[in-house]
Design a binder for this molecule. Structure first.
Ligand code: ATP
Length: 190
């Protein structure tokens, strides 16, 4: 089986995440995909939504997408969420699977700062969504040549949007169907 993993803060999930996910599943021909909101220290930022609400928004956003499961593994673990621990978890659950990790290009540029990034590289194909148009050529080459990383850049047209912009200014068109209403009903990001 080909299993995809996509982690993030998703505060809130937006259409950039959803479109990147669709391209990820399609281009890599994934059999299933796990989407995981990470754990944030409580009350770090009063503008942030709770873990429960971030999870609920993800469930709304991905409710129609076949093969996608929103997983609260990182939330349940508490503390700081480390991607390598999530990869260890799926590696143990699915020892025979090929694992694929989706990250935005901003994260590829800092990937070598991630704890145990070499474990991630050994266990996953890294799939990059070129969200910001950053030049990732050099970092990709270093990761491939020095660490033997398997890196794929998605060939889709990215949607240039961030959760930060949405927290500052909610725009219905940039949120998955149902998420805007959820935010309004709950009075989030005010
Ligand atoms: P923030 O503005 O709060 O930093 P964000 O929009 O970057 O949030 P995250 O939840 O931090 O969202 O992102 C989760 C993952 O999705 C990261 O790997 C990030 O690079 C990627 N990502 C975020 N926005 C996009 C986008 N518009 N297109 C493709 N990938 C994205």
């Amino acid at each position: 089986m080909k299993t995809g993993i996509f982690g993030g803060t998703f505060d809130p999930v937006h259409i950039g995440h959803v479109r990147a996910t669709e391209a990820f599943v399609y281009e890599l021909a994934l059999d299933r995909l796990f989407v995981l909101p990470n754990c944030l220290p409580p009350l770090k930022d009063k503008e942030s939504a709770s873990a429960e609400d971030r999870l609920a928004m993800l469930k709304i956003a991905f409710s129609d997408m076949e093969g996608v499961q929103v997983d609260d593994f990182e939330l349940k673990n508490g503390g700081t969420s480390y991607t390598y621990k999530t990869i260890e978890h799926y590696r143990a659950l699915f020892p025979q699977d090929r694992l694929f990790l989706l990250i935005g290009d901003d994260n590829l540029l800092i990937f070598r700062k991630w704890v145990n990034f070499d474990y991630i590289i050994k266990n996953c194909t890294i799939c990059v969504a070129a969200r910001s148009g950053a030049d990732i050529t050099r970092d990709t080459a270093v990761l491939k040549q020095k660490y033997n990383a398997d890196i794929r850049v998605l060939s889709y047209t990215p949607t240039v949007i961030s959760s930060t912009e949405l927290r500052e200014r909610l725009t219905v068109d940039l949120l998955p169907v149902g998420v805007y209403d959820f935010i309004r009903e709950k009075g989030l990001y005010r």
